[in-house]
Design a binder for this molecule. Sequence first.
Ligand SMILES: NC(=O)c1ccc[n+]([C@@H]2O[C@H](COP(=O)([O-])OP(=O)(O)OC[C@H]3O[C@@H](n4cnc5c(N)ncnc54)[C@H](OP(=O)(O)O)[C@@H]3O)[C@@H](O)[C@H]2O)c1
Length: 277
Amino acid sequence: MLGQDLMKRLAARHEALGLDLPETDITDPVQVQQFFKRTNPEAVIHAAAFTAVDECERQPELAFRVNAEGTRNVAHACREEQLPMLYVSTDYVFDGEKPEPYVEEDTPNPISVYGRSKLQGERYVQETLDHYWIVRTSWLFGLKGKNFVEAILLKAAAGEHLRVVNDQVGAPTYSLDLAATIEQIVERGGGGVYHATNQGECSWFDFAREILRQAGADQVAVSPLSSSELDRPAHRPRNSRMRNARVEQEGLSLLPPWQDALGRYIASRPSSDEIRR
Ligand SMILES: NC(=O)c1ccc[n+]([C@@H]2O[C@H](COP(=O)([O-])OP(=O)(O)OC[C@H]3O[C@@H](n4cnc5c(N)ncnc54)[C@H](OP(=O)(O)O)[C@@H]3O)[C@@H](O)[C@H]2O)c1
């Protein structure tokens, strides 16, 4: 999802080359290095991951192979070719117990296999490279990928009764907006850890209601649900809120409010008429 929006965003002012399965597998260090040698990039943005959070609990070895070792392979290839690298990471590196939004300096303490594997990826990047960026984001939605917005609209169109968790709070983030911020971060130079999300906050329940409202389907009923009732394999942080402190301090553009991002997303999705019954 994010990779495709990065390609779209970067293509306007840069020559952007995508790396993806099956052509290049980041778990194979030789393939990664050969790709960089062949294409000779100026910088690398690494957004590949095993992102199915519950599936990571069932397949922890695969999660670590892709998210941690795969990231180490990308970092080593960058060191070899003297390339700066941006690694996309996640709010799931935090345990969610902090009462306030997380800042970049807060100590991670992941509570899921996915979070631990992504944090290990961060550590490999930091150990391997002098010039890197780690950009943590949250609750991504975008036109090219499975996401919560589509899941809600699909269920609504199927006439299903919606039950959505209301005890996890975070910031939904449009992958196209994030791609623009990533471009700015790389162009600025510098380095280190950044938090980048659309502005504002909500629970998944609030997010679902706003999706339906903006899609013209606010007649569809949604009931709140607790995380313990949902009982999914992976624990999720209760608080996923992250202050975009460095983006702000460095004068980069803050991402727009999430409701605005959602509006643009809904307006541009191909099947926006589906649930206007
Ligand atoms: N989605 C979110 O809510 C969220 C939140 C916070 C952070 N993030 C982070 O943001 C980044 C982008 O997420 P996303 O939602 O855009 O993920 P996505 O849609 O799942 O895309 C991940 C991409 O990585 C590819 N990939 C998986 N294993 C690979 C391998 N071994 N070698 C090469 N490519 C491989 C996948 O290919 P296949 O499709 O063929 O498997 C897919 O194209 C990830 O780093 C993720 O951890 C995501």
